[in-house]
Ligand binder design. Structure first.
Ligand code: ADP
Ligand code: MG
Length: 417
């Protein structure tokens, strides 16, 4: 059912408890923590501006890093308050706690349209435990609850789920922010009734990570294009040699079952016809985590068996060209999972070809293109095509769970329209 959004709310004079995703990357410079990428803060501005315009009192709550219940100074949201104030062009009061007297006093002093940011909610262990008493404490300053942190909605924590329940029990409204609204629209509604042809591109590392998504989308898609390391488990299941490639032998049957289901549902299910491989060589060095560092030599493209000494790093150009042709005819495109190890430029070509095809389908043929998954979004941005697609999810793990058809606790807690 459709969820209430901030557009539906009348918040004048009300205390709006707003859960945002301010889990930004920080770096220490001259003893101070500096934000290296403020994208997540910038993305919340439309929701904040709308609520300010509507005359609400905004009490922002967020987590940063994994302080595990301790007051970890390097994980304070204080620098975020400074940055937010700069971006918003108005004062943001920072409170160095998220519950208790200090919070209550700061909120009591607020006027309509004022903004307060509370300290890292994960300084308390009760947050991740979704402790009911802690949720009550947070809710002390909440008349209305808004969640704009889709990326945290797959976790039932006090600030993403518990507070909403307390507010709702009192008869208060719980709504989606504008960011959350977009995620629900594109990953939910648009894929529920997609315009056809609906082409799904699936890649990434493991079949086991994506099987639930494959299974659900087989019911809706016209075509499924498989790439990335996940393709090797399909090849293995067909008796093709995969050399040193990343495979999941325990999931051979999973792969075959997906293909059988595709046949039954008349879904065009495509596997790579060629693969870019390289020979890994141990450099004798260790990385920061103490794992051996490999270099790759003799990069080449093979079709059929992957040689014993070689490892696959993505779909070949013949496959990429085939996939690009299919993508160009699509009306709806969902992409989750890169076509290869795109982080290394030697293996990024096929992912870039597919990215360009998705961009062209969107810009030239009016297709709707939806990108889910943290690494897929990174790959698209790296190809400088992030602004050429219809929608890029901010959700990471949450978007994957949502695509699997799971009910996210942070979404379920919002009021129905
Ligand atoms: P997403 O975050 O978009 O859901 P995944 O996390 O499933 O995507 O997978 C992304 C990772 O898979 C990337 O780091 C990429 O390097 C890796 N990957 C893709 N193809 C291969 C391959 N052929 N060999 C090794 N790693 C691969
Ligand atoms: Mg990932």
């Amino acid at each position: 059912m459709a969820k209430l959004t901030v557009r539906d709310l009348d918040v004048r004079g009300q205390r709006v408890f707003l859960r945002v995703d301010y889990n930004v990357p920080l770096e220490e410079k001259d003893g101070k923590m500096v934000i290296t990428d403020a994208t997540r803060i910038v993305e919340t501005l439309p929701t904040l501006k709308l609520l300010i315009e509507k005359g609400g009192k905004l009490i922002l709550t967020a987590h940063l890093g994994r302080p595990k219940g301790k007051r970890e100074a390097t994980m304070s949201l204080q620098p975020v308050a400074v940055k937010l104030s700069e971006l918003l062009g108005r004062p943001v009061t920072f409170v160095d706690d998220c519950v208790g007297v200090k919070v209550e006093q700061a909120v009591a002093a607020m006027k309509d349209g004022d903004v307060v940011l509370l300290e890292n909610v994960r300084y308390y262990n009760e947050e991740e435990k979704n402790d009911p008493a802690f949720a009550e404490k947070l809710a002390k300053v909440a008349d209305v609850y808004v969640n704009d942190a889709f990326g945290a909605a797959h976790r039932a924590h006090a600030s993403t789920e518990g507070v909403a329940r307390v507010v709702a029990k009192r008869g208060g409204k719980c709504a989606a922010g504008l960011l959350m609204e977009r995620e629900l629209k594109f990953l939910g509604d648009e894929l529920e009734k997609p315009a056809h042809p609906f082409v799904v591109i699936l890649g990434g590392a493991k079949v086991s990570d994506k099987i639930k998504v494959i299974d659900r989308l087989l019911e809706k898609a016209d075509t499924i294009l498989i790439g990335g390391a996940m393709a090797y488990t399909f090849m293995l299941a067909h008796g093709v040699k995969t050399g040193k490639s990343l495979v999941e032998p325990d999931h051979k049957q999973t792969a075959l079952d997906a293909e059988t289901k595709a046949k039954k549902l008349k879904v065009n299910f495509q596997l790579p016809v060629d693969v870019v491989v390289a020979t890994p060589v141990d450099t004798g060095k260790l990385n920061k985590k103490g794992k051996p560092v490999f270099d790759f030599t003799n990069v080449r493209t093979v079709s059929g068996d992957i040689p014993d000494d070689a490892e696959g790093f993505g779909i070949g150009e013949k496959t990429a060209a085939r996939y690009a042709e299919i993508i160009k005819g699509a009306k709806t495109i969902l992409w989750n999972g890169p076509m290869g190890m795109f982080e290394d430029p030697r293996f990024a070509t096929s992912t870039n070809i597919v990215a360009q095809a998705v961009a062209d389908a969107t810009q030239k043929h009016g297709a709707k293109s939806i990108i889910g998954g943290g690494d897929s979004v990174k790959a698209l941005k790296k190809a400088k095509l992030g602004d050429q697609v219809t929608f890029m999810s901010t959700g990471g793990g949450a978007s994957l769970e949502f695509l699997e058809g799971a009910v996210l606790p942070g979404v379920a807690a919002l009021s129905d329209k």
